[in-house]
Structure formats: C-alpha cells, structure tokens
Design a protein around this ligand. Structure first.
Ligand SMILES: C[S@@+](CC[C@H](N)C(=O)[O-])C[C@H]1O[C@@H](n2cnc3c(N)ncnc32)[C@H](O)[C@@H]1O
Length: 288
C-alpha cells in the first residue's frame, strides 16, 4: 500500500507539465485542469488499490492459498473498480448530504477473498459489514489480513445471508448502510432475498441524491438479472444505471501488470482482457 494517490497524481502532473510549452501553460483553462486533476486522483486510487491487492494476494499465497483457483471478484473488472471507487469517494466525502463523518458504512453480501471489502476500506469506509456463506477457508485468511490493516473496521458475518441478514437486523436494528453491495449467491432466491432484506438497513428518501446507493453485481447473470428486474417491477428499487466491464485475464493478477496511463485514463492493454466476456453491475436505490 505504498503507492499513495497523492504521490501518483503528483508524478503524473509533473509528466503532463513537462510535455507543455510555456505559452500553453500560461493559457491553461482552470476548468479543464480541475477535471484533469480529478481524473488523476481517481486513477491514482485505482493504482493504490492494485498495489494493495498485490500485497493481499502475496499474503494469501504465503499462507498456502491457491489464488488462481479462488472464486471471482469485482477486482477482475476495471470499470467496476472505477465505478465502485468513484461511488465510495462521492458518498464518503459528500458533506452536503448532511451525513456526519462517522457514517461511512458499506454493507455487502459476498466477502470471498476480501477484494471488494478492501476497495471500500481504501476508499474511506469507516465500517464494512460483510455477509459471507463461509465456504472458502481463504476468506478467514483475507479477513485476518484486512483486520490488521484496518483495525476495528471490518465486521464479517458468516452464514447464509438469507438468514444472517434478517437476524443481524433484529440484533442491530439501528445499523444503517450508506452503500449496499449485493454480490453473494447468484441463484434467484438468494439475490432477491438479499435485495429485499437490505431495504431495512438504509435511509429511505424520496430524493434520489439522499440516503444511500444500492449496487447489484452480476446482473448479466440470468437469475440475478431476473431478481433485479422483479424488484424493480414490484416497486422496491429503481435502477439508475449499469456498468458493463470486461474481465481481466487472470484471477490472481486482477487487471494488474496490464494497466498503462494513456494521458487521460489508465487503460488495459488489449491482450489483458477477454473481449468475449463482460459482466454488468447495476446500481440504483430503494424506493420509500
Ligand atoms: C463473487 S464472490 C464475492 C466477491 C467479492 N464481493 C469481491 O468483489 O471481492 C461471491 C461470494 O458470495 C458467497 N456466497 C454465496 N452464497 C452466499 C449466501 N447464500 N450467503 C452469503 N454469502 C454467499 C460465496 O461464498 C462467495 O465468497
């Protein structure tokens, strides 16, 4: 985690400025410059995440985990990573939303190897409550690693989310989530019950910009997509948009080694993605 976004941005600015002549520098448009800096900061977060993922992967390997055989994660999808980070950075720095700084909670289903939990924590979450079935022994190793790096911020709840999420709510009825991320069981009944059960964990507001954001991964998968469509048809949720993203080549090198700066965004080299395999992440909110 030694590549800080600030350092990366500072290096990138130096590189851009070195390419400009004196006249161009004098005429620089402040709006364009601000947009460029915002892009750089966002991309620096991508690099910081990549570096942290590498450390986590090395730790898992040292502990005997075959990382190439692990279940998939959102970290294999560069556009999903970008979107999730941008969402968290926006939610967690949006003081004008009237949130206190102590309210930076992400609730997710599907911990797996902790890749999405790591993304949320690096992006400023003060609390990640992650519900996980517990079928992979490496989840415990990853959780231990995250708990050392982010003390007191990760709360892993083991068990089938169809039971554990409602039970958790009865135990902690005041728990509220700023971001809900559903990425657990991909059967219709799992996805649907996760969508319904998390409604009790959010502030419901008629305004689209207040309260919470709901993310549902893998809506390209037929049963998850059907659950998402049914939740919309029933008026439980509203979709705001969808991110379509290509998959990186290898599980244990999530989009890494293949990112390059093209002067605007980091992009994946064409050989690092499988053009025939793209996944979607849908986002929206719960309706009051
Ligand atoms: C695709 S992985 C999650 C990836 C993770 N969110 C990430 O992006 O790094 C799905 C995870 O959901 C878990 N899972 C599957 N069915 C579940 C259930 N009924 N309740 C809780 N977790 C479940 C699996 O064990 C697996 O770890």
């Amino acid at each position: 985690m030694d590549v800080s976004p600030e350092k990366t941005v500072s290096n990138a600015i130096d590189e851009v400025l070195s390419r400009l002549d004196h006249g161009t520098k004098a005429k620089m448009d402040i709006t364009v410059t601000k947009a460029m800096l915002t892009t750089m900061v966002r991309e620096a977060h991508v690099l910081q995440y990549k570096s942290a993922l590498h450390e986590l992967t090395e730790h898992l390997k040292e502990r005997g985990v075959d990382t190439a055989a692990m279940e998939g994660s959102t970290s294999m999808f560069l556009e999903k990573v970008r979107f999730m980070q941008a969402t968290a950075l926006r939610e967690f720095t949006a003081d004008d939303h009237g949130k206190s700084s102590s309210e930076k909670t992400v609730c997710e289903v599907g911990f797996n190897a902790g890749h999405s939990a790591l993304l949320w924590l690096l992006a400023g979450a003060t609390r990640v409550v992650s519900f996980e079935l517990g079928q992979h022994s490496y989840s415990h190793v990853a959780a231990e690693w995250l708990s050392v790096r982010f003390p007191g911020k990760l709360h892993l709840v083991m068990g089938d989310s169809m039971q554990s999420v409602p039970l958790y709510h009865t135990m902690f009825p005041d728990e509220k989530c700023n971001i809900v991320f559903i990425d657990g069981g991909h059967k219709f009944e799992h996805a649907k019950s996760d969508m319904l059960n998390f409604r009790k964990f959010v502030e419901l507001s008629p305004s689209a910009s207040l309260g919470h954001i709901l993310l549902v991964d893998d809506t390209n998968m037929p049963e998850v997509g059907a659950a998402w469509a049914q939740a919309q048809a029933e008026g439980t949720v509203v979709e705001v948009g969808m991110v379509l993203s290509h998959c990186a080549t290898a599980y244990n090198t999530p989009f890494s080694g293949s990112l390059h700066w093209n002067g605007n965004l980091f992009s994946e080299t064409s050989e690092s993605i499988r053009p025939y395999w793209a996944g979607s992440l849908s986002f929206g909110r719960y309706l009051p």
